[in-house]
Design a protein around this ligand. Structure first.
Ligand code: 3EB
Length: 343
């Protein structure tokens, strides 16, 4: 049975403007870690998603706080990390230009070091992964680069004896226009509870028409973050019903379908315990393939939820390619609610 507050270190997250997040580092003391959105700025505790910010508020960051007192940082192979011994936030940045391997091999190597990091830090369970691939829809020598990535990623999961199907972590995989193959990851001491979307085929069960190895992620994950709170991590969510892309070429309908999928995941998550989540409360990142369509996407979100909804006000819009070339928009999110997971 899960005890309500068995975490000796509580995790908390807040979304701030970049200046406000940087101002948290005072008297030589930094917060646990942050994930920044925008141009990287060389702050060690804030790995960044190197993508153009399309939101008018400018660069933002999700700042993660822990109550564990003893924060250590280090590197394991190509992975950098910070941990308090209970929670770990890590980052990998691999510049392909200086590597002699293809993307499948690089993904394999990255995930091997990622798992090594988790094993050594005593935080074995992935809560959430963010993957960013340069030229995600580009050709990687007869196979699309995203599909190559899927090959190496699944191989590394299987090799490490980790769940690559049911029980895979929540994740997203987006295409960035510049920079390195970038992976950010949050891990802890307890396995999260995976959640699937009844409107969609599980991604790890996609048919082979989407590539020789399926993507390795669950639609969402529920984590007990301590202090009576549950975090819901929602994977990258797009206009996919069953396993097929719907509303080709129509960004308005793709955004509406994405919101229906987010709601379906939230409804499924709400059946897994007493914590109740709502679409209007999500802290989301909206990835838009064509920057000129940003206002159209924002219009759909604001008319569905109201412009004053926290989801609409806190949304970060980033320019990115989506892992299927027919997808125009993808939304990923996290949110926290008080409650307990079902035993
Ligand atoms: C999809 O639903 C859209 O490969 O880690 C979403 C979330 C997507 C995660 C991944 C891919 C990934 O299939 C793409």
């Amino acid at each position: 049975m899960r005890v309500q507050d068995e975490n000796p270190s509580h995790l908390r997250v807040e979304r701030l403007s970049l200046p406000d997040s940087l101002a948290l580092a005072t008297d030589g003391k930094a917060p646990f870690a942050a994930l920044g959105y925008g141009t990287p700025h060389g702050v060690a505790w804030m790995p960044t998603v190197n993508a153009r910010v399309l939101s008018s508020q400018g660069a933002m960051a999700d700042v993660w706080h822990v109550t564990g007192a003893n924060i250590r940082s280090g590197t394991t192979g190509i992975a950098r990390w910070r941990t308090d011994g209970h929670w770990l936030l890590g980052a990998i940045d691999l510049d392909e230009a200086t590597e002699k391997q293809g993307l499948a091999e690089l993904a394999h190597r990255a995930y091997r070091d990622l798992f090594k990091t988790l094993d050594q830090a005593g935080t074995p369970h992935l809560q959430r992964i963010w993957n960013y691939l340069p030229q995600i829809n580009g050709d990687g020598g007869g196979l699309e680069r995203y599909r190559q990535f899927n090959l190496g990623r699944q191989e590394a999961f299987l090799e490490a004896g980790r769940a690559a199907f049911e029980g895979a972590p929540a994740a997203c995989a987006l295409g960035i226009h510049q920079g390195a193959l970038s992976i950010r990851f949050l891990a802890g001491q307890q396995a999260p509870l995976p959640v699937e979307n009844p409107r969609q085929v599980s991604a790890y069960r996609y048919p082979e028409t989407y590539g020789p190895r399926s993507p390795t992620f669950s639609r969402a994950a529920l984590s007990d973050i301590g202090d009576g709170n549950i975090a819901l991590f929602i994977s990258g969510t797009a206009s996919i019903v069953g396993h097929e892309t719907v509303h080709h070429g129509n960004v308005l309908e793709q955004t509406r379908e994405t919101l229906r999928n987010l709601q379906a995941v939230i409804t499924a998550a709400n059946e897994r315990g007493t914590a109740k989540f709502s679409l209007a409360e999500l802290d989301c990142v909206v990835y838009v393939r064509h920057p000129a369509q940003t206002e159209a996407v924002r219009g759909v979100i604001e008319s569905a939820l109201g412009a004053d909804a926290p989801m609409a006000r806190h949304a970060v819009y980033l320019e990115a390619d989506i892992c299927r070339s027919d997808l125009l928009v993808e939304i990923e999110a996290h949110t926290v609610a008080a409650g307990r997971l079902q035993a």
